[in-house]
Write a protein that binds this ligand. Structure first.
Ligand SMILES: Cc1cc2nc3c(=O)[nH]c(=O)nc-3n(C[C@H](O)[C@H](O)[C@H](O)COP(=O)(O)O)c2cc1C
Length: 187
């Protein structure tokens, strides 16, 4: 068994929360992986310790992390820094616009996770033509199209797969052995 925490902040319209729900749905696609879906208002330090894998989401605010999510980590850094090394992690962000900085926000979240010693991964799969969560799942507004929803799900699925392989010791969960389509789709 392994544990995944989907931790998000959503301050405007609940769009990052919608992404988080699809990420959590993707995690549930791997048997034996437990998932907790928690906002920054709900999550506590003990949830970080519980997690083997962490999907971290923030709205894109001024091209970066929302101040509320940054504050959540700032307030825990003295207690938890040095205690979270080696956890598997990935990121997601909702922005107002495509090109509005959501990948910058994912990179900022990645930097934060790396600071805590976590192992952050990207995803090479295409979930639709020209749609891939290379550096994390990104969305303008909420995920509406099937491809946008699948991008979020695929991120969570991949996190769960890596947890199964590297935490629970289940080599059969490796994505290269997966039944779903990982190929590059051309439009
Ligand atoms: C303070 C603030 C800063 C923002 N900065 C950006 C930005 O740099 N780029 C962008 O595309 N959208 C920006 N937005 C829009 C949000 O990223 C967008 O509405 C997002 O979907 C909100 O997600 P949420 O409903 O989970 O809060 C900003 C919104 C706020 C409130």
């Amino acid at each position: 068994m392994s544990n995944v925490l989907v931790l998000y902040e959503s301050n405007n319209r609940g769009y990052t929360q919608k992404m988080a729900e699809f990420v959590a749905e993707g995690v549930s696609g791997v048997p034996g992986v437990r998932v907790r879906l928690l906002s920054n208002d709900q999550a506590q330090t003990k949830d970080l310790y519980w997690a083997d894998g962490l999907a971290l989401g923030s709205p894109t605010n001024l091209g970066g992390i929302s101040w509320r999510m940054k504050k959540w980590w700032d307030e825990r850094s003295f207690d938890t820094w040095g205690e979270l090394d080696g956890k598997l992690a990935c990121t997601f962000s909702s922005s107002g616009a495509w090109g509005g900085g959501s990948e910058h926000a994912c990179q900022a979240l990645t930097t934060l996770l790396m600071n805590f010693g976590m192992l952050v991964f990207g995803v090479t799969d295409y979930v639709a033509p020209k749609m891939s969560p290379h550096y994390g799942a990104v969305c303008a507004g909420e995920p509406r199209s099937d491809a946008e929803k699948e991008m979020c799900r695929r991120l969570g699925l991949r996190l769960a797969e890596w947890c199964a392989v590297y935490v629970a010791g289940q080599p059969g969960a490796h994505p290269k052995l997966a039944a779903y389509d990982r190929s590059i789709k051309h439009s």
